[in-house]
Design a protein around this ligand. Sequence first.
Ligand SMILES: Cc1cc2nc3c(=O)[nH]c(=O)nc-3n(C[C@H](O)[C@H](O)[C@H](O)COP(=O)(O)O)c2cc1C
Length: 188
Amino acid sequence: MDNTVKHSIHQIIENRKSIRGFANYHISEEELNSLFEAARWSFSAINEQPWNYVYATSENENSFQQMLSVLAPANQAWAKKSSVLIAVLAKLNYTKNNNPNAMRLHDVGAANMSMALQAVDLGLQLHPMGGFDKEKLKSVITIAEDYEPVLMMAIGKKGENPDLLPHQLDSENNRGTRFSIEEFAKKM
Ligand SMILES: Cc1cc2nc3c(=O)[nH]c(=O)nc-3n(C[C@H](O)[C@H](O)[C@H](O)COP(=O)(O)O)c2cc1C
């Protein structure tokens, strides 16, 4: 495991980070559309585009609180200061033939990464969260029968969060370790 970026990569890839310290910031319609536009142009198996997003901005307090209530308490503690909470859904079957889409999670994850990188370009950060209650989400938003909840995401501008636990503060200020290239890529 290593902590450094050893080879040249784009600044927005290098600067993306799942932060927990958010500033008070109201995200604009334009910024949201820019994020969704980034998802829109992501690749997907047979161009199915299985992603679907339901969001609540911090300006809309009632919806935001409902979305927040779905998160695991440890995630609520910091995500409450984000600017927008997004529920990520995936379409289960291909529209073309109704066969199960085994690639859906790959494709939804790819679209999410496009959004995460676009967020960095906008001066924002996106934090993905697997820690949420899927059943509770179903009571907060309407999810069509042919969709499943995949993930929640918090997006906002970096700021101080005095409530963070010591290990969270530590991770806020340090880049996570990564496998070396030799550990996950080899020439055939
Ligand atoms: C599918 C997925 C689920 C995650 N769930 C959580 C979560 O519930 N809570 C949390 O604080 N971080 C969560 N994360 C963030 C990861 O911990 C983070 O991406 C990882 O430590 C690498 O750090 P980085 O994104 O800053 O590079 C999740 C990330 C992914 C991709």
